[in-house]
Write a protein of this length. Structure first.
Length: 374
């Protein structure tokens, strides 16, 4: 059994590729060979500049630099098909397989934000991603989603049977995201000029993160019942309403925007915060929530999309558009020290259930189903 995987979204540079999809592929490749039978072989197809290595995985480098989306699409559709004969199964690790596919395929889909939020991509790229993903999901032997919410969305949006979809949630790197020593956290707060108590959000600044509703809820609280709010993350698209809400609600002295937060510093931010607030209305999975819980930080999330799957009963889940409910939740986490202690312990236990080995196990099982191996 020889599986080839399109891993061209692996990249080393800081930015969107070093988060999200990159991290999922990176951790999956690290565990895949260990989860499979000993006689299985894996070949990951990567860009010309990729230097990463994984146990039990052969890295096959393209001659073409596929960092740009256009070059990657050219490689994906015109060059990749010629490289596939001789393998038993192809795994398209990000949405799209070649239209001309000489062997059976499995595809991983992370979310359908390009359908539900079409404004975030240029028209040509959105059209390609939508049509190519639909075609791939309809013709692949199996589809892998990263949450049950995404699986339901794929089935409805692409008109495919729900039983064709396997759910392989991401794991959490507990060696990186973990409670840190108090002295280290205190030193970080001092270095960043942070107060002893504050609330944290981390994510791209864009409409689906629902930040104006959070700011409305935050402003409803008397100042004596709210902590400083830190909103970390790069500017995405249509972010002006967020800053407009800060101005309209006179929150400039209470809300801080530190910008992009690197993966290396994320555990320190999570540990330093008293609670993590995530009001998003649409997520393929919601990794920041899992990471915060792994660090022992209580979480408050919206009850939309995949987020209840991540938080479970360890966090507070709030209807995303009900500002009054968010205000009540913020008041509770400010005053209820017992809940914060319970949420800390329950969150760490829940985060420990999400492992990358489990992700790899589901992936290998999906390969077996794709080839009718039982």
């Amino acid at each position: 059994m020889h599986v080839t995987l399109n891993a061209h979204l692996l990249a080393a540079q800081v930015g969107y590729r070093s988060a999200g999809i990159h991290r999922y592929i990176d951790h999956l490749l690290s565990e895949l060979a260990a989860a499979a039978p000993e006689d299985w072989r894996f070949t990951a197809m990567v860009g010309a500049s990729n230097t990463q290595q994984y146990p039990g995985v052969h890295m096959r480098h393209a001659r073409l630099d596929t960092q740009s989306p256009i070059r990657r699409i050219v490689w994906e559709q015109l060059i990749q098909p010629w490289a596939l004969p001789g393998y038993d199964l192809h795994h398209a690790l990000a949405f799209v397989a070649p239209f001309v596919l000489p062997i059976p395929a499995v595809v991983t889909v992370y979310d359908l934000s390009f359908i539900h939020y079409p404004e975030r991509l240029p028209g040509a790229r959105r059209l390609y991603l939508t049509q190519a993903s639909r075609y791939t999901c309809q013709h692949a032997r199996r589809v892998i989603a990263i949450s049950h919410s995404t699986a339901q969305d794929i089935a409805a949006s692409f008109d495919i049977p729900a039983d064709k979809i396997d759910v392989a949630p991401p794991g959490c790197d507990l060696a990186h995201f973990r409670p840190l020593p108090l002295a280290e956290i205190s030193a970080f707060r001092r270095a960043q000029g942070l107060p002893e108590r504050f609330w944290l959000f981390v994510g791209t600044l864009e409409p689906r993160k629902n930040l104006p509703v959070l700011l409305e809820a935050y402003a409803k609280l008397p100042r004596r019942e709210r902590l400083p709010l830190v909103i970390g993350g790069d500017k995405g698209w249509d972010y002006d309403p967020i800053f407009a809400a800060v101005d309209r609600l006179s929150l400039a002295n209470d809300v801080r925007f530190p910008g992009y937060i690197s993966a290396e510093l994320l555990p320190l931010w999570y540990n330093a915060a008293e609670a993590f607030i995530y009001p998003s209305v649409f997520e393929g999975f919601g990794m920041p929530v899992l990471e915060a819980m792994a660090c022992g930080t209580p979480v408050v999330v919206s009850d939309a999309s995949s987020l209840p799957e991540v938080a479970g009963n360890a966090g507070i889940c709030i209807p995303p558009h009900e500002a009054v409910a968010w205000s009540d939740a913020l008041r509770r986490i400010y005053t209820d020290e017992v809940w914060r202690a319970q949420a800390r312990e329950m969150g760490m236990k829940r985060a420990a259930l999400f492992t990358w080995r489990a992700t790899a196990d589901v992936t290998v099982a999906s390969y077996r189903r794709a080839l009718n191996m039982g």
